[in-house]
Design a protein around this ligand. Structure first.
Ligand code: 5GP
Ligand code: ZN
Length: 117
């Protein structure tokens, strides 16, 4: 069923507590944890607890939870005292997506170039 945990999904395992993560915030619908390979002083991933392969499919099926992910991304930035920050949803392998469970990257704590690479 749509949204159900996937046995082979790393982020579903983090939601289930089967893979450890440095969790910074958790709500009924989301988990935020530090990226294992940080690209900035603040690099936190915000994920929905339900499994959808990318942000757009999450938003189409569960717009309220997609909103929760965005709100939590802002809360993470505030907690990290990042006044300027970037929220990124890599979508598709060509854009750098490697984990196919929707997630927002929250990047901050340094200057961020635009356009990105
Ligand atoms: P993507 O490349 O799909 O947009 O982002 C996946 C992110 O997950 C990468 O930035 C990668 O460093 C991070 N990541 C991969 N495996 C793990 C893990 O086991 N734990 C944590 N905390 N982050 C991970
Ligand atoms: Zn998943």
């Amino acid at each position: 069923m749509a949204g159900e945990p996937q046995a082979d999904c790393l982020f579903c395992k983090i939601v289930a507590g089967e893979v450890p993560a440095t969790v910074v915030r958790e709500t009924e619908t989301t988990v935020a944890f530090r990226d294992i390979n940080p690209q900035a002083p603040t690099h936190v991933l915000v994920i929905p607890k339900v499994h959808y392969p990318d942000a757009a499919s999450l938003a189409a099926a569960e717009p309220g939870i997609a909103g929760d992910v965005l709100r939590e991304a802002g809360e993470v930035a505030a907690e990290e005292k990042s006044e300027s920050y970037r929220i990124v949803f890599n979508t598709g392998a060509g854009a750098g997506q490697t984990v196919f469970h929707a997630h927002a990257h929250v990047l901050g704590g340094r200057g961020l170039q635009w356009p990105p690479g």
